[in-house]
Design a protein around this ligand. Structure first.
Ligand code: CAA
Length: 380
């Protein structure tokens, strides 16, 4: 078993680390406060190839592996999870879904601009009454011959107002249950498609999360992804990879908070010595370091399985479940180590603590990850 990264993987990680320090860190506190989308930074991420990392070069992608994707997600998320969620959704939910299951025409028209960040993508599964219970889609796509008529509402959509390309799941044959669901490519600007106001969130406040409304939107038949009724499987297969991205985001939030706490503990003096010399703090640092390393190994294992073409649903859910719990615990401890300073914005850890929470909720709550893991375990 080889635990070494390749030279290329190290180089990509270092580029992401520099980018996070030089481009994401300045202004991250203000963007969070003002709920401002990191538009300029996302544009530069596109120029670096980080928005279509795993897409084949023939579709404008960087052609990198999932291990590199995890490395990049960790580095960006150490500093700005509002920017890294754009990278995650665009790469794993939108580009992957189109590359894997789209037609050649769909890839030419939609994937190519998404892979370089000329367009941003959104993945639209959740609804006011269908979150964890994703089979209960109420958005309807009536088959009208050469087009579908889309009606309904989607909730909590990441990149809701910034995206140009939306992958929307909707029910076409309610009598068939989840086998009647389809996935569609919907363009911003299609008549009847409107974006609701931005959600005022606890964390990842720079990310633009919106509800979307579809009222008699005509979606051309050629914009359906896969065979009639493939939509639910499309969403599930795509989310498997998405969960690796969010696991790596959680890992980055945890390791970012840990690095800040470690540096602070070396500098801050109490009772005549740096607090890192007190056993109470040392025990916290040891637990944080150990849990982060375990989370990193789970993320890399899931990515490696994906790169090998092996099944990775269980590994992805394990990585997301564990890394998101570590993100929550680690960020709370990082605030504690900082004491009163940790509770104010300038020290960054309170933001990381708020950002951590979403990793236990989106792309399947921790409870959903446990369901997926148990189902796989019971198959053995
Ligand atoms: N791959 C392929 N097919 C799959 C699959 C997978 N990973 N998981 C399920 N399926 C198939 C099943 O085989 C079954 O098909 P058949 O009946 O033809 O055999 C069908 O899907 C239904 O599966 P289940 O009976 O297991 O469905 P369920 O209702 O019991 O639950 C679930 C499935 C795992 C709980 C699923 O509903 C789920 O993952 N829910 C969470 C949804 C989620 O993650 N939402 C996140 C929103 S996206 C987001 O957050 C993006 C963002 O903006 C950041």
């Amino acid at each position: 078993m080889i635990f070494e990264l390749t030279e290329e993987q190290r180089m990509i990680r270092d580029i992401a680390r520099d980018f996070a320090q030089n481009e994401l860190k300045p202004g991250v506190i203000e963007r969070d406060e003002q709920q401002r989308f990191p538009a300029e930074q996302v544009k530069k991420l596109g120029e670096l190839g980080f928005l279509g990392m795993m897409v084949a070069p023939q579709y404008n992608g960087a052609g990198l592996d999932a291990v590199s994707y995890v490395l990049v997600m960790e580095e960006l998320s150490k500093i700005d999870a509002s920017a890294s969620v754009v990278v995650s959704v665009n790469n794993s939910l939108v580009c992957y879904g189109l590359e894997q299951y789209g037609t050649e025409e769909q890839k030419e028209k939609y994937l190519k601009p998404l892979a370089v960040g000329e367009h941003i993508g959104a993945f639209c599964l959740s609804e006011p009454e269908a979150g964890s219970d994703a089979t209960s889609q109420r958005t309807m796509a009536a088959d009208m011959g050469d087009y579908y008529l889309l009606n309904g509402t989607k909730n909590w959509i990441t990149n809701g107002s910034t995206a140009s390309t939306y992958l929307v799941m909707a029910q076409t044959h309610p009598e068939k249950g989840h086998r009647g669901i389809n996935a569609f490519i919907v363009e911003k600007g299609m008549e009847g498609f409107t974006v609701g106001p931005k959600e005022n969130k606890l964390g990842i406040r720079g990310s633009d999360t919106h509800s979307l409304h579809f009222s008699d939107v005509k979606v051309p038949k050629e914009n359906r992804i896969g065979e009639d009724g493939f939509g639910f499987k499309f969403a599930m297969k795509t989310l498997e990879g998405g969960r690796i991205g969010i696991a790596a985001q959680a890992l980055g939030i945890a390791s970012g908070a840990y690095e800040l706490a470690l540096n602070y503990a070396k500098e801050r003096q109490t009772f005549g010595k740096p607090i890192a010399q007190h056993q109470a703090i040392q025990f916290k640092l040891a637990d944080m370091a150990t849990q982060i390393e375990a989370a990193r190994l789970l993320c890399l294992k899931a990515a490696w399985l994906k790169d090998q073409g092996q099944p990775y649903a269980q590994a992805a859910s394990m990585a997301k479940l564990y890394a998101s719990e570590v993100a929550m615990k680690t960020t709370v401890e990082a605030v504690q180590i900082h004491g009163g300073y940790g509770y104010v914005k300038e020290y960054h850890v309170e933001r990381l603590m708020r950002d951590a929470k979403i990793t236990q909720i989106y792309e399947g709550t921790s409870e959903i990850q446990r369901m997926v893991i148990t189902r796989e375990v019971l198959k053995d």
